[in-house]
Design a protein around this ligand. Structure first.
Ligand code: FE
Length: 131
């Protein structure tokens, strides 16, 4: 499901202004304001736009950054990275591989075993309890 016009209409009906700003316009929620920063329940974090399952609570950790942080995405081609040179920085943007929604950025200062920190906006995520 790519970002077609009808899909955009659907998102505008379903999502908050902040969720739209983050996922569609590459916005960033303010640190420590997102609903999943300190969320520790077992389950899966799906894309708020298309519902694709992206991250597991098993790989979530407290980075102290103020955003939900994961050291690994779920197996498979769930997310992909895009080089981002905006704001005078070279970063790797993380997007939903299914619908291209902006999720956050990935940095190389995460914990082992991956050494990666997927720094993800709560506004891009929809937590699902285990089935
Ligand atoms: Fe998506």
């Amino acid at each position: 499901m790519k970002n077609t016009k009808s899909n955009n209409e659907d998102l505008r009906q379903r999502l908050t202004a902040e969720q739209i700003q983050v996922t569609q316009n590459k916005g960033t929620e303010r640190a420590f304001t997102g609903r999943y920063v300190n969320h520790k329940e077992d389950g899966t974090y799906a894309c708020v736009c298309c519902g694709a399952k992206l991250f597991s609570s098993e790989h979530k950790y407290d980075s102290g950054s103020g955003w939900p942080s994961f050291f690994l995405p779920l197996a498979g081609e769930t997310v992909r990275t895009v080089r981002d040179t905006s704001h005078g920085m070279i970063r790797d943007e993380v997007v939903c591989n299914n619908c291209d929604a902006h999720l956050g950025h990935v940095f190389e200062d995460g914990p082992q075993p991956t050494g990666l920190r997927y720094c993800i906006n709560s506004a891009s995520l929809d937590f699902k309890k285990p089935d």
